[in-house]
Design a protein around this ligand. Structure first.
Ligand SMILES: [Zn+2]
Length: 398
């Protein structure tokens, strides 16, 4: 039997619903508000004093309620860890795409059960921190069988599964990268497409060039997948151009952009997804979010949770970095971590709390979204609802 929940006395209800917009890049919020959840959806939002009755009542006591975070970029199917590599990097060894190969070896050697357990642990960690929708890539198997089991395991946890066979050329293809592109675009894609919604390619020096990226992405599109691209992370390059050219939903990283790249992003439907945890963890310059936002590009923030370049599952941390290091306003950063992530996944049912949206939401132990950046590193997610059901308990600092 359906039950309804009213969360009332919400100090700030971030809806991202255009009707409520007080200014800011798509951010919208109500104060002294209430929200009603019913059948897994948002049934009503408005002033607390006018809230309808419901089966259950939660008193937010002035706390802020936000849409659940939408993490549009994560690599969660892997085994092992690379703490020693991080330690070496902090001691001065530069990050290179080839570090992925260590995780590939560990992932190939792991059992399905071990991979599934690691994935579930990370997904639980994300949920407890307010991520109610996440994308999950393959890319540490790099054989037909290992990529196929990676996407199949991911599909048990999320509908947003990405086939990333073109993550890096595996050692056994070192002398034949063209042969690996053929494998990815042919038999590997055929084995993975039934479990995936997306295809992705790491278009970067040391990974795949523009023509290789085009070949892989076009094969994926022909197989019914949608495109997203790892672009312009480690230096200037063709990634963003290729992403826009093939109509990708998102170009991710965008750390080194030309004026033409910015124009392409601003004038296309391709979201610029920024992953500031990576720059933090690799001690690289941050992407210029201000330049992208001011140019009119749609910007998302995601964690890029992975064992190599960025092992965080905290969207709150990424929001704080975006505000402090990339000069986004708190409103822009929170929008980018919710509605922006939804745009990067071509979803309009998450990332906002309009009537009819999925009842995925986060209550902060704070009166305003701005505390995510104002109180960095503090576990402010006090409670989480997914599909209208409370899945993480009220906690956090008082
Ligand atoms: Zn990535």
């Amino acid at each position: 039997m359906a039950t309804s929940t009213v969360i009332t006395n919400v100090g700030e209800l971030v809806t991202n619903a255009p009707d409520d917009r007080p200014g800011g890049a798509g951010f919208a919020a109500l104060t002294d508000a209430a929200i009603v959840l019913e059948d897994g959806k948002v049934a009503w939002t408005g002033p607390a004093g006018a809230a309808p009755a419901a089966d259950r009542r939660v008193d937010a006591a002035g706390r802020a309620v936000l849409p659940g975070f939408v993490d549009s970029h994560a690599h969660l199917v892997f085994a092992g860890e690379r703490g020693a590599e991080f330690e070496a990097r902090m001691a001065g060894v530069p990050y290179r795409a080839g570090g992925i190969r260590g995780t590939v070896a560990a992932t190939r050697a792991a059992s399905d059960a071990d991979l599934a357990a690691n994935l579930r642990g990370l997904a639980d960690e994300m949920l407890a921190q307010g991520i109610t929708t996440f994308e999950c890539k393959s890319g540490y198997g790099l054989t037909v069988a290992d990529e196929a089991r990676s996407v199949a395991l991911a599909a048990r946890m999320t509908p947003e599964v990405t086939f990333l066979g073109a993550h890096v050329v595996p050692p056994e293809f070192e002398s034949d990268p063209a042969g690996y592109v053929d494998l990815v675009s042919g038999p590997m894609l055929a084995a993975c497409a039934p479990h995936a919604r997306w295809i992705d390619v790491f278009c970067e020096q040391g990974a795949f060039g523009a023509d290789e990226a085009r070949t892989v992405l076009k094969a994926g599109l022909a197989a019914g997948l949608l495109a997203r691209v790892h672009a312009n992370q480690l230096g200037p390059g063709p990634g963003v151009r290729v992403a826009v050219e093939v109509g990708a939903a998102s170009a991710d990283h965008c750390t080194y952009l030309s004026d033409a790249d910015v124009d392409d992003l601003a004038s296309s439907g391709t979201v610029a997804t920024l992953l500031p945890g990576v720059e933090f963890s690799t001690r690289q310059p941050y992407p210029d979010a201000r330049r992208l936002v001011d140019a009119g590009a749609v910007v998302a923030i995601a964690t890029d949770c992975n064992p190599g370049s960025c092992f965080t599952s905290s969207m709150a941390f990424c929001v704080a970095l975006a505000v402090r290091e990339m000069r986004m306003t708190t409103r822009e950063a929170v929008w980018a971590a919710t509605a922006g992530g939804a745009r990067a996944l071509r979803r309009d049912d998450v990332g906002q709390l309009r009537v009819g949206a999925r009842a995925d939401l986060v209550m902060l132990a704070a009166p305003s979204h701005s505390y995510l950046a104002y109180r960095p590193g503090v576990p402010l997610v006090a409670a989480v609802w997914r599909d209208g059901e409370q899945v993480a308990a009220v906690g956090g600092p008082r």
